[in-house]
Design a protein around this ligand. Sequence first.
Ligand code: ZN
Length: 283
Amino acid sequence: MPELPEVEIIKNNLSDNLLENTFLSVEIYSEKLRYKIPYNLAESIKNVKVLKVDRIAKYIFVYLNNNKILIIHLGMTGNFLVNHINDEITPIKHTHIKFIMSNSKVIRYIDIRRFGFIKIYDLKEKEFDIFKNKLGVDAISNNFNSKNLINHIKNKKINIKSALLDQKIVGGIGNIYASEALFKAGISPLDCSKDVAKNIKKINNLIKAIKFILRDAIKVGGSTIKNHKNMNGESGYFQYKFNVYNREDLKCNNIKCESSIKKIRQSGRSTFYCENCQEKENG
Ligand SMILES: [Zn+2]
């Protein structure tokens, strides 16, 4: 599943290909994604120019010069494939939409499991405001800071791992990076959110760890995704080098530590951590 770093890279890649260009035509092959593709999508963006491509959490925002905006979510397996219009390519399975741009680029939206979606809003529409207000602060933005995080979790009795996955608290952290950030910050995933909120050192370490890991993953992934043209739509996502994720029973990567990585279930999701490096508060 694409997490914030992958979405950021895909957003940058889309921006390179869309910015200041116009949609010449849109071909829709199947309407059924997580939500039905809006019936007016093709006519709403035909001959319309892209002004800005942005990202908040795992949502990509494409601002258009007709006061409309496309909102794209990649779901579990969504991705884009970019080609020149003259490139000869064999038909690609699971292509749902094809955008043909004024710069002679063809951009395909490919999604095997169809949990992604594309919506179009009028910028003045109330629903767009409602949608935006539901999003938490983006995990790598400056708005995500200690004051903000403490405010959101100081009364929460849920464990800190589950709090990090709550997109209203912070947007863009998925299951993989939640485990990784807690390991880097030396915080037990079992700690109660309101206890972590009282410990400013832990809060600062956690924010630093989240931003470091997400930015590092963006850097690492950057070079991989540039090979977009070679991508076959089956496996576009890169693998960041994980310290705990998917490392159950393997030795902890901290050279001073003799423990091995544990896997537990929290709120129905797998959590990976080191009991020794991430000691639980109050024993
Ligand atoms: Zn350890």
